[in-house]
Write a protein that binds this ligand. Structure first.
Ligand code: PMP
Length: 443
């Protein structure tokens, strides 16, 4: 084959068969396999603005946006130029570069609780390192997380709640030792009483609470007003830290992430550590953990908490991140909000027109839909989300895909807009909705 990454004569089905022979499940990250919606995943070869193109040469309006990073749209010319320029000067040095400091400064200027910051390559690394740092700083072992929140695939975070209000977790994946999972306590989201109960019982052993700043990995579930503030106050009263995971929300929902949305309101809160990913890499592998200087300075080489990475602060990747953040001005966020609001209303109207009861879940410009009468008023925790008629999503998804719109291939994911979603892209989405709503209605 010539260039494996340009249009091919192979179909998506042929490429998937070949991939399955070479790669477990044919994918390098599970949700890409379309398991929850069925059918053949599209093998993509290029992306530009609000569109992606598959190996068969078919174009789709994209509402995945690389799972979040592409706030400016795909292949923004200035970002691509910055990457090409950086690449022409060498791919990886394993030494410090000026541009790393620039990215750290950009983040620190926008998110006040971040006084110092370290770059890593994935969101998983960021949360894993933040947890080690919280344990090293407090000298405690237990971690509290919320049911339905996702923080990457490190052992202690792949933990599920057992029965009961708040229990020591069971492993959520084969290969996670029970002893490791047992260090994680899982609590229902937005339930301050449950959190209080956990602190009353184990407070002096809890190193940190980790929480998505606004949950968006079970579909979107925003924090109830004041929940982030109250959980920070509660954790601090017990000498525990709060790790606010903004891997998904950071620099997507506002210029200062979810923290920026609540800052200046009476729900304002100050987390001890914050994790970032996705947008801070502009589509390249960059993530970060940051926070109070006193805590961050416990990291090696200053302190005893070890953390490192051959590719950390990679100059080509960081060039994409810096350029993306510089271009993400107020106009970009206003556009993201506008497109998001418009799509929320259009999807909701199309579903209503076909008599499909549904709820709309919103956190900033992130949104998702819940299907069924039982969830028409929305959900504020994982149990609430699971109460929906999730089977209505697959036919909806496939009707949209057939019409040239690429949605997240699971009902438990947020929809992502970009600032490049112009009138043409939006009208292609809107035109596809009636047939998709009919498919959801008859499921
Ligand atoms: N935290 C959150 C909130 C996320 O959404 C994700 C990824 N979706 C992660 C952590 C893990 O990031 P990565 O996939 O880059 O390891």
């Amino acid at each position: 084959t010539a260039d494996a990454n340009t249009a091919t004569t192979a179909t998506n089905a042929e490429l998937f068969a070949r991939a399955q022979a070479a790669i477990p499940g044919g994918v390098n990250s599970p949700v890409r396999a379309f398991r929850s919606v069925g059918g053949t995943p599209r093998f993509l070869v290029s992306a530009r603005g609000p569109y992606v193109t598959d190996a068969e040469g078919r174009e789709y309006v994209d509402l995945v946006a690389g799972w979040g990073p592409a706030i400016l749209g795909h292949a923004n010319p200035e970002v691509i130029a910055a990457v090409q320029d950086a690449a022409s000067r060498g791919l990886s040095f394993g030494a410090s570069t000026p541009v790393e400091t620039e990215l750290a400064e950009l983040i620190e200027q926008r998110v006040a609780p971040v006084e110092k910051l370290r770059l890593v390559s994935t969101g998983t690394e960021a949360t894993m390192s933040a947890i080690r740092l919280a344990r090293g700083f407090t000298g405690r072992d237990l971690l509290v997380k919320f049911a339905g929140h996702y923080h990457g695939h490190s052992d202690g975070l792949l933990a599920e709640a057992g029965s009961g209000l708040a229990t020591f977790a069971l492993p959520g994946s084969a290969g996670v030792p029970a002893d490791v999972a047992a260090l994680t306590l899982v609590v229902p989201y937005n339930d301050l009483d449950a959190l209080r109960a956990v602190f009353a019982e184990h407070g002096d052993r809890i190193a940190a609470v980790i929480t998505e700043a606004a949950a968006a990995n079970m579909g979107v579930v925003p924090p109830l007003p004041g929940f982030n503030r109250d959980l920070v106050d509660l954790a601090h009263a017990h000498g525990a830290l709060v790790i606010s995971d903004e891997v998904l929300t950071g620099f997507r929902v506002s210029k200062a992430g979810w923290w920026g949305i609540e800052a200046g309101t009476d729900a304002a809160y100050t987390p001890d550590l914050v994790t970032f990913g996705k947008v801070v890499g502009g589509g390249m592998p960059v993530a970060a953990l940051g926070g109070r200087a006193e805590i961050m300075e416990r990291l090696a080489p200053l302190g005893p908490v070890y953390q490192a990475g051959t590719l950390s602060g990679n100059p080509v990747a960081v060039a994409a991140g810096v350029t993306t953040l510089r271009l993400a001005d107020d106009a970009v966020y206003a556009k993201l909000d506008e497109v998001s609001g418009l799509l929320q209303r259009e999807v909701s109207a199309a579903l209503s027109a076909e008599g499909v009861a549904h709820g709309v879940q919103v956190a900033g410009n992130l949104f998702s839909f819940l299907f069924g009468e039982a969830v028409a008023d929305g959900a504020h925790d994982y149990a609430g989300v699971l109460a929906q008629e999730s089977w209505r999503y697959a036919p909806f998804f496939h009707a949209m895909l057939d019409a040239g719109v690429s949605l997240p291939p699971s009902v438990f994911e947020a929809w992502f807009v970009t600032a490049a979603h112009d009138e043409d892209a939006v009208s292609r989405i809107v035109d596809a909705l009636p047939a998709a709503a009919r498919a959801a209605a008859s499921a």
